[in-house]
Design a protein around this ligand. Structure first.
Ligand code: ATP
Length: 368
């Protein structure tokens, strides 16, 4: 991540931002926060704490009644709203696609507004659709002819098509089922690793905030910051009872997902390259021709599922728990052989992971 100073390029700075709506409702009391360049800053908090309101002060869909919002060091109040929005991608829940425009033209919207010809804009839109993993055949469909997950991908593509350095994402994945949601999260992390945008990501889901955020801002009602910290720090040291409760259960275990398992020893396991007729007599890992583990063979020869496989190194892709103590412990605990199977980034067998070794590494961690 590039370093960033407050007031630097593509930094979003909230300075004591307050919003009192016309009916007297206080949406934000006083929010001060700096979202750094090239990072995902997740805003999370209970319903009504002002997440959406704060996001919308950045692109001036909401005007603060006190304080100011600065983008690239400039007060957004001094910018022309239409110009400002062309430089800020915006993704909302349920994608917010224009129902009467085909997918390709939804995505081409901002490039057209930026002055590209329709043809150029469509060719850029097609490239971005491919980038977010959408089949080109879908480009000519109407939004209503897509699944919820596909619509969200189009929403992300539309926000990326203008090539804006800043993205505002307001609960973009909350309307899809949990499996698709994780896919979309992975996709966003993959894209972000390539693109390095400055992203403000609103969610009410602490797990999503922890998974996606380089830093997580936990808000209380009134848009007041309860804590602003990287996920591992939030899990290890919640600032107070409110954050502890909001972060929820199992935080000690979840924190292991941020602790690298670099020094974890791998143990040698018996392996076989074919199922064979004779029982192996001990738990044995069955490998395919490319050295990838496919199953456990029980001492009596019965085949069993591998359980979670521990990937020693994340490689280029995004894999949950790869290279962390959480991934290693989960592999050990979910294995029928009481020992997890470890693979490299290409999925080739590397060795076994023993729960005892994970715990021994934890013992050596500095006191918290
Ligand atoms: N246009 C408006 N007029 C009056 N009150 C509003 C308006 N928009 C938002 N509010 C109020 O401001 C507060 C903050 O709303 P906001 O939508 O920012 O919360 P949120 O944290 O995004 O909530 P949720 O997670 O439920 O979407 C709420 O009390 C809400 O009712």
């Amino acid at each position: 991540m590039p370093p960033a100073e407050p007031g630097g390029l593509h930094v979003i700075e909230f300075r004591d931002v307050g919003k009192r709506f016309a009916d007297g409702t206080v949406g934000l009391e006083s929010l001060s926060l700096t979202a750094r360049e090239g990072e995902i800053t997740a805003l999370v908090g209970p319903s009504g704490c002002g997440k959406t309101t704060s996001l919308r002060t950045v692109n001036r869909m909401v005007e603060p009644t006190s304080g100011s919002v600065h983008l690239d060091g400039r007060d957004v109040a001094d910018a022309d709203p239409a110009q400002l929005r062309l430089g800020i991608g915006y993704v909302i829940q349920q994608a917010g696609l224009f129902p009467h425009r085909r997918v390709i033209d939804n995505v081409a919207t901002v490039p057209v507004l930026q002055g590209l010809s329709r043809r150029e804009a469509r060719s850029r839109a097609a490239a971005v659709l491919e980038r977010v993993g959408l089949d080109g055949a879908l480009a000519q469909r109407w939004p209503a002819q897509l699944s919820g997950g596909q619509q969200q991908r189009v929403g992300v593509a539309r926000a990326l098509a203008g090539d804006a350095p800043v993205l505002l994402m307001d609960e973009p994945f909350s309307a899809v089922d949990p499996v698709v949601r994780v896919e979309l999260q992975d996709e966003l992390l993959r894209l972000q690793a390539e693109l390095g945008k400055t992203i403000l990501f609103v969610t009410h889901d602490i797990d999503e905030a922890i998974r996606l955020g380089d830093r997580v801002a936990v808000l209380r009602v009134g848009g007041r910051l309860a804590q602003f910290a990287p996920p591992a720090e939030l899990l290890a040291h919640p600032a107070d009872g409110f954050v502890t409760e909001f972060v929820g259960r199992d935080r000690g275990y979840r924190r292991l997902g941020f602790v690298e398992a670099g020094a974890l020893p791998l143990v040698d396991l018996p392996t076989r390259r074919d199922g064979g007729a004779d029982p192996p007599g001990e738990w044995t890992v069955l490998l395919d021709g490319a050295e990838r583990p496919v199953a456990w063979l029980a001492p009596d020869g019965g085949r069993h599922d591998l359980g979670s496989v521990y990937t020693t190194d994340a490689g280029d892709g995004v894999q949950e728990g790869a290279g962390t103590l959480r991934g290693a412990l989960d592999a050990a605990l979910s294995s029928p052989a009481r020992c997890g199977v470890a693979v490299d980034a290409e999925g080739r067998y590397r060795g076994g992971v023993a729960a005892d070794d994970v715990l021994a590494l934890l013992e050596r961690e500095p006191a918290r």
